[in-house]
Design a protein around this ligand. Sequence first.
Ligand code: COS
Length: 387
Amino acid sequence: MALDPETFSLLKEAIHRFVQERLVPNEDRVEHEDDVPAEIIAEMKELGLFGLSIPEAYDGIGLSMMEEVEICMELGQTALAFRSVFGTNVGIGSQGILMDGTEEQKQTYLPKIASGEYIFSFALTEPNAGSDAASLQTTAILDGNEYVINGTKRYITNAVRASGFTLMARTDPSNKGAGGISAFIVPRDTPGITLGKVDPKMGQRGTKTCDVIFENARVPAANIIGGKPGVGFKTAMKVLDRGRFHISAMATGMAKRILKEALDYAMQRKQFGQAIAEFQLVQGMLADMQTELYASECMVRDGARRYDASQTVKDPQLPMLAAACKYFTTESVGRAADKAVQIHGGAGYMSEYKVERFYRDVRLLRLYEGTSQIQQVIIAKNLLKGL
Ligand code: COS
């Protein structure tokens, strides 16, 4: 699916304006209140941000991956907490249902996820299962017509806002590996679900994560995604492959913003009788930032193009490309944030300037949806397989 070029360019322009006129001016408020204001969330719904990736048949905007990354490179140019509000609906919270769900599951959930009426979270990580996702311990045991869920999910983004979870749990405890895992749709109001306290974090204030605890929570057997037990790990991996392009585009947008902050500062800050931007050592840092930004843009666009093409003819390199893209772009924005602080000198350490905040915010990009080291493992595994 893709929009016609004119509609897409109008959408992109509207989102550019929304970012610059509504989100950027509210960044300080989000930082101080540690929350995204309700009126901003309402405007996000109006704009259709919760349904960017959901097909029009289920009331979303139905962007292709190539279009989605262009939009994300706009949305990434402001505090990443804004994205977190609709990000799980666009990506990891909805895509499992879209990719592998039954038609009935899609009809029931996707329109409400697309409108933002439902916020959906992705519940994979656990206290003892982070990078080694296949070792998860939460169980879902069939009892008559229902599965009984027990276990704890950790650092679940948007759990406090959620109406439901796409949850990965072990339906076959005798199979300790990936094949014992199934994916479920679990409504938040299911009895037996409680939330832990909201996690205090290094950055991305306004992004909400917490534990989700399941104690004998019962869901109908029909809530298993696609009606098929034992394939939940594969669903999760496909969702993460896609999500990694989305995160890469957000990282690239943020790198652009960070470069702008550094350039603006370097041009107005005077030392030794001239703007510091005139000094070649500062220019070297700016040039490195621009060069890596360009490389990130190219990777993100090429990866998204390959993702779209793989919807017709399966591309076995896709997990490797997604991993390479996330690895490079998120490490790169980390380097950019570090240089931006350096260019600001002592001011870069002060909360008064945005780069101190962005430095903390972008640190998370190298951790969630697979650490840089997991991306390296995926890339190497694929190389060894000859892909
Ligand atoms: N797409 C589809 N299927 C995939 C896949 C992908 N990208 N990656 C793996 N699979 C399949 C494999 O083909 C294998 O299937 P078979 O058993 O039928 O052969 C199965 O899943 C298990 O794969 P594998 O043996 O590679 O799994 P590992 O336990 O070695 O783990 C990694 C693989 C490390 C890649 C995985 O655990 C991972 O991505 N971890 C990071 C998790 C993460 O990103 N967490 C972030 C939290 S969510 S915000």
